[in-house]
Design a protein around this ligand. Sequence first.
Ligand code: FMN
Length: 177
Amino acid sequence: MIDILAISGSLRAASTNSALLASVARNAPPGCTISIYDGLGRLPIFNPDDEGEHTPPEASRLIEAVTSADGIIVSCPEYAHGVPGGMKNALDWLVSRDAAVGKPAMLVHASPRSLYARAALAEIMRTMSFALYEDALLEIALLGKKPPEVEAILAGPENVLAMREAVQAFVGFIQAR
Ligand SMILES: Cc1cc2nc3c(=O)[nH]c(=O)nc-3n(C[C@H](O)[C@H](O)[C@H](O)COP(=O)(O)O)c2cc1C
C-alpha cells in the first residue's frame, strides 16, 4: 500500500485547492491511500531557534507525517505572484530535517494561472531535495468557482480519470525509486 500525504496551501473554508485534493484522495487508485494534512493554520511561524528539542508539537506532527508518507501531493494558490506564507512556513519547518530529502512530491493545480507560484514552489521543493515528479500535469480549472460548481466539475468523468491517471503515474514514480 502506498500512503500519500496531501497538503493544500489555502486555509479558506471553500478552498478550491483543498477541494481538488479531497477529490484526488477520494479517487485514489487501488493500492494507494491519500490523507490530508490539516494543520497548516496551526503551525507557528518558523524560527530556527525553535528546532530540535524546542520543536512545537504541530511542527513535529507535520515532520512525522511527511517522514512516514511515501510521497506528498501539494495544491497551492498564488498570492501576489508568490507562494502563500502558510505554505512556505510549512516547508520551512521541513528544511533542516531528513523529512524532505528524496521524498517523492507532485504538484497539482486548481487554477490555470498561478504560474509564478508554481515555478517558485517547484524551485523551493527541489532545493529542499524533494524528488519532484514533473512528468504528469494535473490541472483542473476551479479558479473563482463556488463550491457546488467545484464539486460538479470534480465529479466530471474526464476529471475523475485525469486525477486517477496522475496519481497512478505518481505511484509508479514512487515505486520505481
Ligand atoms: C491575496 C491574494 C492574492 C492573489 N494573488 C494572485 C496572483 O498573484 N496570481 C494569481 O493567479 N492569483 C492570485 N490570487 C487568486 C488566487 O490564487 C485564487 O483565487 C486561488 O484559486 C485561490 O485558491 P483557494 O480557492 O484554494 O483559496 C490571489 C488571491 C488572493 C486572496
